[in-house]
Design a protein around this ligand. Structure first.
Ligand SMILES: Nc1ncnc2c1ncn2[C@@H]1O[C@H](COP(=O)(O)OP(=O)(O)O)[C@@H](O)[C@H]1O
Ligand SMILES: [Mg+2]
Length: 347
């Protein structure tokens, strides 16, 4: 097949995406596909005389991608584009995707994960991997996700949604559970997430979260173990447990090699594991997700588990959580990438 892998973009998860994209491209090439790896925002800045030759030459915009300890400077990325147009898609991206059999979304966060890119590709007649624009938009917004979880009996921590537009003195007074967790609704990779101990910290944290987003979700803090469950074609993969060596699962602990122990299959009572897997499939379904995704959970000391959120474009390096879970189910990384394509073509 002729495949475009899109990576990069303008979200705080840009660097993670570039690493995922380059690994996906490498894996698909190992399966004999012709793969063009493009930065969705930078595009292909040269003249394109012959799109087919890009596939023949397995065009690749990056080699040896690395992830820093902090989220990248997006303003600097924007300034570095030759073409300073405000259009999200870089030069020739759409026409190159139109020449492919499918576009594999190696994007994470922002426009790549919130349904915008999905809607645009759909309108250009381009087939792409993963959930469609509506499922992506729903899952991207932690407040909207929460509403669906509550309506569908998916267990989830107590929470409230706060809107910047309503912020005034007394607006936050109805929250009185501490510690709690403050999250911008549409970020990811723990960017902007704060765990706070008391009211003073809470008020400051909500103010800070409004810098990222108009909508902020506050949740009761669940003390316990953390898990994630990949879903492939509607079926749960083996569960992975996440144990940061120091602190909680923040940006650094997510992406610095060795910072977090990841145990798959998780050591869990089989009855609880089974229930968590069924709940992951249920969450996947009620959020209207397609092809693949990953659902995050916390388990407290009473063995009650709580669903935090769904990731429609989870990390896709071979060491990322979902590929590790697939490996535990006997699906190696190149097969996983092909399986995602196969499921996405059937959508
Ligand atoms: N209610 C909560 N109680 C305890 N820890 C939480 C809670 N919500 C989030 N966290 C921690 O913050 C991390 C990021 O939160 P999450 O909702 O998964 O957002 P994202 O991964 O999109 O940034 C989680 O992996 C977990 O470690
Ligand atoms: Mg998460």
């Amino acid at each position: 097949m002729k495949i475009v892998v899109l990576a990069g973009g303008l979200s705080s998860e840009r660097d993670v995406s570039i690493l995922s994209g380059s690994k996906i491209a490498e894996a698909l090439r190992s399966k004999g596909h012709k793969v063009v790896l493009l930065d969705v925002f930078m595009g292909y800045e040269e003249d394109v005389c012959d799109i087919d030759s890009l596939f023949e030459n397995n065009y690749d915009f990056t080699k040896n991608a690395v992830i820093g300890t902090e989220a990248p400077d997006i303003e600097a990325v924007k300034k570095s584009r030759k073409n300073q147009s405000p259009v999200y898609f870089g030069d020739h991206v759409i026409e190159i995707c139109q020449a492919a059999d499918i576009t594999f979304l190696g994007l994470h966060g922002g426009e790549g994960e919130d349904g915008s890119v999905q809607a645009a590709l759909e309108l250009f007649g381009i087939k792409y991997t993963g959930s469609d624009h509506l499922g992506s938009a729903i899952a991207m917004h932690k407040g909207i996700t929460k509403g669906i979880f509550l309506n569908s009996d998916v267990p989830t921590p107590e929470s409230r949604l706060y809107k910047r537009a309503f912020m005034s003195s007394g607006y936050l007074d109805n929250w009185d559970t501490f510690p709690c967790v403050v999250k911008p609704c549409s970020a990811g990779s723990s960017v902007g997430v704060q765990i706070v101990a008391d009211r003073e910290q809470f008020v400051a944290a909500v103010g800070a979260a409004f810098r990222y987003d108009d909508d902020v979700l506050v949740e009761e803090y669940i003390k316990g173990r953390e898990f994630s469950v990949g879903v492939l074609g509607g079926k749960a993969l083996p569960i992975i447990e996440i144990i940061p060596k120091d602190g909680w699962y923040d940006y650094k602990n997510k992406y610095q090699a060795g910072a977090t122990l990841e145990i798959c299959p998780a050591e869990l009572d089989p009855v609880i594991a089974e229930k968590m897997q069924r709940e992951a499939e249920h969450a996947f379904e009620v959020l209207r997700l397609k092809a693949y995704g990953r659902i995050d959970f916390l388990l407290d000391k009473h063995n009650d588990f709580f669903c935090l959120e769904a990731n429609t474009l989870p990390g896709m390096t071979p060491m990322s959580l979902l590929p590790q879970e697939a490996a535990a189910a006997g699906i190696d990384y190149p097969d996983l990438c092909e399986k995602i394509i196969e499921l996405s073509l059937k959508k």
